[in-house]
Design a protein around this ligand. Structure first.
Ligand SMILES: *Cc1c(COP(=O)(O)O)cnc(C)c1O
Length: 380
């Protein structure tokens, strides 16, 4: 067998494009390198000629794209001598922070909203030994507190306001370009704090920059950490499309939302931290924002699971829900290639999945006859 080096995570892979030194101790769990799956059955259902791919970020080590940012944030925190990290979280950031802190041998403090976090995510934070602080408030309140605490407590904030997070997350765009041989025409993402849509744009810009990897002037998004010079773009870049849950859609309202509500708890955020950046991404890329109802989101989640065998959490399905609508109405024209990011794994939120399942679990006698009769009744 030909020798192939072991995959050791995205920092090792994209080392020359990330802010690390040769002797930096990398804190990694082998994140990144997630599958880009071409949908086989769903596109036909739209009646339009489009290519839809899903980037299955649920297959990262802790089950969401947050691992891409967390490997960078924790690597840099450790390099800078930090002994503790802190974040506010709708669940997935806390799961990732807890795991990478465990790996690094440092402490993690996570602030989660009271009762509005999916079970799998809470289990992860607890299992990895994070100090879980449930606040009687929502994510936005937690974020505010974390910013205050971070001012003088000896903890490093690992929310996406930490610029290293976006640096790690930009690598998803690199992987997509390398796999497709070009950027897609449209890239659709669920939007909460809007860090991820910003990170993808940094990645696409950097990869398509004519100046290659020796750029010194900073781009408008990365606070000096990326190598994109702006200007001279040689490769193609996608239109970036951000979809929000209707009850939690500040980008649609054009202003912050104080009491966001949605079944898609991962994007139940009314005060996005990357507000200015995301507007700029939308404008520069020629994309747009839109919103999806909870019903549309859950329908897309189910469609993916039933027709493609891909199980993502509700928030993640927002990207496909929106894309399908915009393919239907022609905003995404025929002939386009579309990538939808599936941000987190379906197993994160088993309660919502079971609640909306239409196939009941049948209980029968433990006899051959009863099992056979169920099979005969249910053959497609
Ligand atoms: C964090 C998260 C999002 C939102 O990403 P932002 O960078 O906050 O816009 C969407 N889906 C899932 C599953 C997430 O965990």
């Amino acid at each position: 067998m030909p020798f192939r080096p072991r995959y050791t995570g995205l920092i090792d892979k994209y080392r020359d494009r990330l802010p690390v030194h040769d002797d930096t101790r990398i804190i990694s769990l082998g994140e990144g390198n997630t599958p880009l799956i071409r949908l086989n059955n769903v596109p036909a259902q739209t009646g339009k000629d489009v290519d839809i791919y899903v980037k299955y970020e649920g297959l990262n080590p802790t089950g969401s794209f947050k691992d891409r940012g967390m490997t960078m944030a924790v690597t840099k925190a450790v390099e800078e001598g930090s002994r503790a990290i802190i974040c506010a979280s709708t669940g997935n950031t806390s799961a990732a922070a807890a795991a990478y802190a465990a790996r690094a041998g440092i402490s993690a403090f996570v602030l989660i909203p009271d009762g509005k976090i999916a079970m799998g995510k809470l289990a992860q934070a607890m299992m990895h030994g994070a100090v879980v602080i449930q606040i009687k408030g929502n994510f936005d309140a937690g974020m505010q507190l974390v910013k205050e605490v971070g001012k003088d407590a000896p903890v490093t904030i690992v929310n996406s306001i930490n610029p290293y997070r976006l640096q790690g997350q930009k690598t998803a765009a690199f992987e997509i370009i390398e796999e497709l041989g070009r950027a897609p025409d449209f890239h659709c993402l669920p939007v909460g704090n809007a860090g991820n849509i910003t990170a993808h744009w940094i990645g696409y810009c950097e990869y398509s920059s004519a100046s290659g990897d020796h750029v010194t002037e900073a781009c408008a998004f990365c606070q000096g950490h990326c190598r994109f010079a702006g200007g001279a773009v040689v490769g193609n870049r996608p239109k970036m499309v951000g979809y929000q849950a209707a009850g939690s859609a500040p980008f649609m309202r054009g202003e912050m939302v104080d009491n966001p509500e949605t079944v898609a708890t991962a994007i139940r955020i009314g005060h996005p931290q990357s507000w200015d950046q995301a507007w700029k991404v939308s404008e520069e890329s020629g994309g747009w924002f839109d919103e999806c109802s909870d019903e549309e989101i859950l329908a897309a989640q189910k469609l993916l699971a039933e027709r493609e065998g891909v199980f993502c959490e509700p928030a993640s399905a927002t990207s496909l829900a929106g894309a399908l609508r915009d393919i239907g109405n022609g905003k995404i024209p025929e002939g386009s290639s579309v990538v939808c990011t599936l941000t987190g794994h379906g197993l994160k939120d088993p309660d919502t999945a079971i609640k909306q399942s239409t196939t009941p679990v049948m209980t029968v006698e433990a006899t051959l006859e009863s099992v056979k009769s169920v099979i005969l009744d249910n053959l497609a």
